[in-house]
Design a protein around this ligand. Structure first.
Ligand code: ARG
Length: 276
């Protein structure tokens, strides 16, 4: 079996101090259902501490009152090689988050920070394979933002179309298990049914060795995983996916994100990766 080698990562996360489900902008959100900001915070701390235990660096951005979805930091920036492409949210309720993250990057010494012209929900819809950026569209990120990302970041961008409203961001349907190196191709896990027929064929061509997830894995946000190349942080319910990953030489690390899922998010949504 392949020995998977982890690489150390740097993440930016936002504590869910003001977490709530006050509005519904995806099918998971139900403002009538009770949510506990305390429980969300406990789960979030566990996630952050899990990354630290795995040897990764976690930076924290200050949460803002009135921005309950700010915990989903992955939606607020795409960083490749130290270049930062900010976000532009589709929902007016989240619009103000983008500026807080822009400021964080500027204050932390990033000089190449570009704010997009088109709707762009960052790593919600962008996944870096080590060679290119896989880019989702269909519900949130404007397809014009794909070309914009290619131009700003200077990396090849490949568009994929999402068709199931439950999987409204690419990161709810696909994640990168290991990035491409000079000698090995990237490996991904995904839920084929979340994609258009054409995009499914593209994925099958690009990633013949992908780990395919079941409907049950997708429905618990199992595809919202975070991998360091070896350790794969997953929602505890994603049992079938976890078993498939073990067979491929990965080490599943299970976390409870049940409270965050009420807003339509999982481990990856909470985790913006800073690539230098
Ligand atoms: N309530 C948030 C929204 O609908 C959840 C975002 C989840 N983030 C993600 N990367 N999928 O925008």
């Amino acid at each position: 079996m392949t020995t998977r080698v982890p690489t150390t990562r740097r993440y930016l996360m936002c504590p869910p101090r003001y977490f709530a489900v006050d509005y519904a902008i995806n099918p998971w959100m139900d403002p009538a259902q009770p949510v506990s900001a305390e429980r969300a915070m406990a789960q979030w701390c566990e996630l952050r501490d899990t990354y630290r235990r795995l040897g990764h660096t976690v930076e924290e951005i200050e949460p803002q009152r009135g921005l309950p979805d700010m915990v989903f930091a992955a939606n607020s920036g795409t960083v490749v090689d130290g270049r930062v492409l900010g976000a532009r949210f589709r929902a007016p309720q989240r619009a103000a988050e983008a500026e807080h993250f822009r400021r964080w990057f500027v204050e932390h010494g990033y000089r190449d920070v570009v704010m997009p012209e088109f709707v762009n929900e960052a790593e919600g819809d962008f996944a870096w394979t080590g060679r290119m950026l896989l880019a989702g569209t269909g519900f949130r990120t404007d397809p014009a933002a794909h070309a914009e990302a290619q131009e700003v970041l200077g990396v090849p961008v490949l568009s994929l179309r999402l068709t199931d409203p439950r999987y409204y961001h690419l990161d709810t349907a696909l994640f990168v298990l290991s990035e491409a190196t000079d000698t090995t191709p990237a490996q991904v896990a995904y839920y084929p049914e979340a994609f258009s027929a054409g995009s499914r064929r593209v994925l099958a061509r690009l990633f013949p060795d992908a780990v395919l997830a079941t409907g049950a894995d997708a429905a618990c946000f199992g595809l919202n995983g975070v991998s360091d190349g070896r350790n794969v942080v997953l929602p505890v319910e994603a049992t079938a996916l976890a078993e498939r990953l073990v067979v491929r030489g990965y080490e599943p690390v299970l976390v409870d994100i049940s409270e965050l899922r009420k807003a339509g998010g999982g481990p990856k949504c909470c985790t913006l990766e800073i690539r230098k």
